[in-house]
Design a protein around this ligand. Structure first.
Ligand code: NAP
Length: 528
């Protein structure tokens, strides 16, 4: 916007799917809004993660907003799992359709925020648009938006080209004739390695922890599937609104015999993608069920990978399947059968340093022309603690979260009035379709704002008691699962010094709890 305003009712950080829906709803409700995003345009994580093979791991037809029939009818997903360019195109269509861009300043990073208690408003500092004030501050900053930056000894001395999957060059990269090292074997690496291998002269993959990866069974969406989806869409949406999964599931108290279990876990290979893990009841709760599923996937890896030693090193052990987010791939394991693709286990030969020529482990040096760092993110809390809002009594979020994050429902934090997070810690966020998580949060927030407006409240704030109750409940739910057994980014374990706590809320019926909070008049929230 080219006016001289520096105030708005609502300040929104992030122009991904969270920020866009929020801005749309706030505008509709008549609030003045100013959004900011460090990126040059809308799209959030899909703006930055342009590495080869980047796709969603939720079926495209579901990886879409449910609130707009217009968008649904005007966009045609081409494949079961959409590519990053197509998802970005969808995000751009959202911005065009609802004329959202004028409410954002792009290429503008929010650097800090402080609550001005005297005036009951947030004061936000940006790097390119000065200081802004707003009654409400919304952090729609995404769960996977702050890269885990490479920090290897000697990395600046490397004479070849270095890339990060999370901030891939917009113009793309041609690896033809290049010797490439990929460090990391999470979803980003697992998606990109088969495509890098199609171009490169050689690929060395440096793996610290083997991952479980399931075949995507991707492909064009058949017309009959598209029509079937349209036919069931209203029912599906009604199911989601009622907090139901919207897909057919076995009952939660399913107690299969060993034979039934062995048969059912085959769904991991013929179901296509992560959805198949959801279709195994108590996969992340019941050791027996989990062990059968994990063993089935281990056997498939042995079947696919020709070289027994490579197969052994690729096979995950030591943590339950799906407690680190399972990956979804196209030809990942098959790629290791190519003669120019090599797996280096950093458990067997730890990485010592990056040299001017390549990657050096305790065993030898691997000369390469390019290094791709696929090291993941400071997930779920990283973007929030980087802004580090300072709330009541000068308490910063970093200090408030020194022992681990706190939140009520994943949407608001005690001591930080008028501040809301979209898909914050202790909400299902990344554990379910994140677009659905976003819609649930924005819809709840709009109800809260309506109540504040009706009551003429200057502040909205969660009590510490209500927050603690939610945290205790979230911890109870977490402790009934196998998630704490894995050193995952869900647990904050991928970032040195980050407190270990299961950040996504893994209880059932989260939507029902949000709805109950609304229907019971927002217990725990103080409107004053
Ligand atoms: P990630 O799953 O956290 O994987 C990072 C990888 O880097 C891991 O293999 C990790 O090893 C390794 N690593 C980190 N630091 C290292 C170090 N110092 N030395 C050696 N290896 C190191 O990150 P990601 O692949 O970007 O995926 C993150 C999440 O984003 C996914 O779980 C998913 O939710 C989402 N995502 C989804 C898709 C999709 O399929 N749609 C694609 C990309 C990302 P350790 O396991 O030992 O820590």
């Amino acid at each position: 916007m080219s006016d001289n305003r520096t105030t708005a009712d609502c300040i929104v950080v992030g122009a991904g799917f969270g920020g866009m829906y929020l801005v749309h709803r706030l505008r509709e409700a008549g609030y003045s809004v100013q959004g900011f995003d460090a990126a040059g345009d809308v799209g959030g994580t899909w703006y930055w993660n342009r590495y080869p093979g980047a796709r969603c791991d939720i079926p495209s037809l579901l990886y879409s907003y449910s609130w707009s029939d217009k968008l649904r009818h005007n966009f045609r997903w081409s494949e079961k799992y959409a590519t990053q360019p197509e998802i970005l195109e969808y995000a751009q269509l959202v911005a065009d359709t609802y004329d959202l861009r004028p409410f954002f300043r792009f290429s503008t990073r929010v650097e800090s925020a402080r609550y001005d208690e005297a005036n009951c408003e947030w004061v936000v500092e940006t790097d390119a648009a000065g200081t802004w004030r707003g009654k409400y501050l919304f952090l729609a900053t995404g769960c996977l938006s702050v890269p885990n930056e490479p920090d290897f000894p000697g990395q600046d001395s490397f004479q070849g080209d270095s890339y990060q999957t999370s901030t891939w060059p917009h113009e793309g990269v041609d690896f033809s004739g290049k010797r490439v090292a990929v460090i990391g074997t999470g979803s980003s690496a697992i998606q990109s390695i088969p495509l890098i291998a199609e171009q490169a002269e050689s690929v060395h993959v440096f793996q610290r922890t083997p991952n479980f990866s399931l075949p995507a069974l991707n492909g064009p969406i058949p017309e009959e599937e598209r029509q079937a989806f349209e036919a069931m869409y209203e029912d599906y949406r009604a199911a989601l609104a009622a907090g139901e999964p919207g897909i057919e599931m076995l009952p939660e108290d399913w107690e299969p015999s060993d034979e039934e279990l062995a048969e059912h876990v085959k769904i991991l290979w013929n179901g296509g993608g992560l959805v198949s893990t959801v279709q195994i009841p108590r996969l992340t709760k019941d050791e027996r069920i989990n062990a059968a599923a994990a063993e089935f996937v281990r056997e498939r890896i042995q079947d696919i990978v020709d070289d027994p030693d490579t197969a052994r090193r690729l096979t995950p052990h030591g943590y339950p399947i799906a407690t680190k987010r399972a990956c979804v791939d196209t030809n990942y394991y098959q790629t290791y059968n190519l003669p120019h693709v090599h797996l280096v286990s950093l458990q067997e030969e730890p990485l010592v340093e990056i040299t001017p020529q390549g990657v050096k482990t305790e065993a030898r040096e691997y000369p390469v022309d390019a290094i791709v760092y696929a090291l993941g993110f400071d997930a779920m809390t990283g973007a929030l603690t980087r802004i580090n809002p300072v709330g009541r009594n000068g308490l910063s979020l970093q200090d408030a979260w020194a022992e681990g994050p706190t939140s009520f429902l994943g949407t608001t934090v005690a001591g930080f009035p008028n501040l809301f997070t979209i898909t914050g810690p202790f909400s299902p966020s990344v554990i379910q379709n994140v677009i659905l998580s976003i819609e649930q949060h924005v819809d709840w927030i709009m109800e809260v704002l309506a109540r504040a407006r009706e009551a003429g409240s200057a502040t909205i704030e969660i009590t510490r008691e209500a927050q603690q109750q939610w945290m205790d409940h979230a911890a109870d739910e977490a402790n009934q699962t196998l998630f704490p057994q894995a050193g995952s980014w869900y647990m904050g374990a991928n970032i040195a010094g980050k407190p270990r706590v299961l950040m996504p809320y893994v209880g059932r019926e989260y939507k029902q709890k949000l709805d109950a909070n609304i229907s019971e008049g927002f217990p725990g929230l103080v409107f004053s």
